[in-house]
Design a protein around this ligand. Structure first.
Ligand code: BTN
Length: 239
């Protein structure tokens, strides 16, 4: 493992993507920044994080062993890695909100942004970016955000938390390397927030509907049993 520590950067994901396009990057190269000026979230959102308090990390992983249609398994492995690392630090209850938000006490403690490098229609590498709120003490105007400190009252060493997440990530990626996709999927579904419970969703038109989350498909669609007993699959942009 090779760790690159930066003070301030626009985005660790952008940095690592550029670096890997310019030169050969070792498997499990980890970029960690004290602060980001243009932290990116899912679906074009921004990721804001107080400097020096939280983890802002991107990891380069060779995923050429995976078929492109199985790329959601990288997301499952990452969510499991973060949730298990949190549990190792006695943070609980921890759940994964599909597709890959990590919740502690039903509030968001971590977000994941995965960017895949694809060549000739083949998966090559994954840049796994995650923000994990560690020692931040409050979130202005973000009542649904939390941190490890806010859950436990403790102060954590960022490096220790980082190493724990990377160790867990390697563990789940190694399971995928053995081909045991079902194990990772079962574990992911067992961590899924509101799995098997009735939930209310909003579709693209803003229409509310209720359904029961049943799991995810191999390609990462959320499977929801809706009122008329039909299992429907939803993409991130759809609910
Ligand atoms: C989300 O929940 O929307 C995903 C947030 C991902 C944020 C992390 S912080 C480190 C890495 N670099 C980025 O620019 N984004 C990710």
């Amino acid at each position: 493992m090779h760790i690159i520590k930066l003070d301030a950067i626009d985005s660790t994901n952008t940095f690592l993507r550029h670096l890997s396009s310019e030169k050969t990057v070792e498997d499990y190269t980890v970029v960690v920044a004290n602060s980001q000026t243009k932290g990116r979230g899912q679906m074009g959102t921004v990721w804001n994080s107080q400097p020096n308090k939280n983890l802002m990390v991107s990891v380069f992983i060779d995923v050429s062993f995976l078929k492109i249609e199985n790329s959601f398994y990288i997301s499952m492995a990452t969510s499991l890695a973060i949730s298990n690392a949190l549990k190792a630090f006695q943070i609980k209850p921890v759940k994964v909100k599909w597709p890959n938000d990590i919740l502690a006490d039903q509030k968001k403690i971590s977000g994941v942004l995965i960017e895949n490098v694809i060549k000739n229609n083949q998966l090559q590498a994954s840049i796994i970016g995650f923000g994990l709120n560690v020692n931040q003490t409050y979130f202005e105007q973000l009542p649904s955000a939390t941190s490890m400190h806010m859950v436990s009252g403790k102060v954590y060493h960022l490096d220790e938390v980082l190493l724990s997440v990377i160790e867990q990530l390697r563990y789940y990626i190694d399971i995928l390397k053995t081909g045991d996709f079902q194990k990772v999927k079962d574990l992911y579904e067992s961590e899924l927030f509101r799995n098997n419970k009735p939930s209310t969703f909003k579709d693209v038109k803003g229409v509310l509907f209720t359904g029961i989350i049943k799991g995810v498909s191999n390609s990462g669609y959320l499977q929801v049993l809706i009122e008329d007993e039909i299992l429907k699959e939803f993409d991130l942009k759809e609910v």
